[in-house]
Write a protein that binds this ligand. Structure first.
Ligand code: R5P
Length: 289
């Protein structure tokens, strides 16, 4: 078995290999002057299991092409199995045709991964209208969860916490974290008008005086969901507002916006950033074992 860190998996690949006691290598990736990608395996790939680690953030399209090239090449070298570890897997939010003529990107990307891989491992995949990864991928797909790691972090770092989910589907992480910790929780409702325009409201009031509100979400992208939720929680008297997310994309200066609003931000390490304080390499290695 060999674990290969792709360009956006380097922050986790080596740690995963160490936990598995397996060989580790880094994928060589560069761009030709015309922007085409060139990839190369440094190590010999034999008739073995090849685990590619890639998180899909930043230049997502390049990240996708890179793993397709790597998986196809590993097969040519005789790899017995090619496995994709995608701590953050993209396009899952595009699960229906929201506007006439639009692509349902989720299914198309999944079809591509089906063609090149034997199995895929994803942490807290954004499943909204689909109940499981099995409805999306034809290959073996494994859903991992960072919820207990988030609960551990809250237990060790936040006094008097109340878990808040910022939208209806967030019960899967926010309520679950609350259940693990045995603390109170509330799930808010959200209406999204555009990428940067969201409305968040609380159905049932909660007294937050002397409490620290911990918003738990799977993804923070523009940060507007969290900014809107935090406004309400402060109004309700929260002593402080934390945002703990699984996938910290922090697009377009979101981290600064959140910090300026006085929100304490923490994420898992599915995507590397200054906020990535919760290491997910153990969850991944345990499931690969
Ligand atoms: C969507 O429903 C997700 O769970 C997140 O709440 C959403 O992606 C956050 O996006 P943004 O940070 O852009 O508001």
């Amino acid at each position: 078995m060999i674990v290969v860190s792709c360009s956006h998996g380097r922050h986790l690949g080596k740690k995963i290999a160490k936990r598995l006691g397996s060989r580790h290598s880094t994928l060589f990736v560069e761009k030709f002057p015309d922007d085409e990608l060139r990839i190369k395996f440094y190590d010999n790939i034999g008739k073995e299991e090849v685990i590619l680690v890639q998180s899909f953030y930043g230049s997502i399209s390049d990240c996708i092409i890179e793993v397709i090239f790597a998986a196809g090449t590993a097969r040519e070298f005789g790899a017995r199995k090619v496995i994709l570890v995608a701590p953050y897997f993209p396009y899952l939010r595009q699960d229906k045709r929201f506007h006439k003529g639009e692509a349902v990107s989720q299914g198309i990307i999944a079809g591509l991964i089906d063609k090149y891989f034997d199995s895929v491992f994803i942490i807290n995949p954004h499943l909204h209208r689909k109940n499981s990864l099995k409805e999306i991928f034809k290959i073996k797909s494994v859903k991992l969860s960072a919820n207990s790691l988030i609960a551990d972090f809250v237990r060790k770092n936040v006094k008097n916490p109340v878990a808040i989910g910022p939208d209806s589907e967030s019960y899967k992480w926010a309520r679950n974290v609350a259940e693990i910790l045995g603390i109170e929780s509330r799930i808010m409702r959200k209406k999204r008008y555009s990428s940067y325009n969201v409305e968040v409201r609380l159905n049932k009031k909660i007294d937050l005086r002397n409490k620290n509100a911990v918003i738990v979400d799977d993804i923070v992208s523009t940060g507007h969901t969290i900014l809107e939720a935090a406004k309400i929680l402060k109004r309700l008297g929260a002593k402080s507002v934390y945002c703990i997310c699984v996938h910290g994309i922090f697009a377009d200066g979101a981290m600064n916006k959140l910090r300026k609003a006085g929100i304490k931000i923490v994420s898992t390490s599915t995507i590397p950033s200054k906020a990535a304080k919760i290491d997910v390499s153990g969850v991944i290695a345990d499931s690969l074992k």
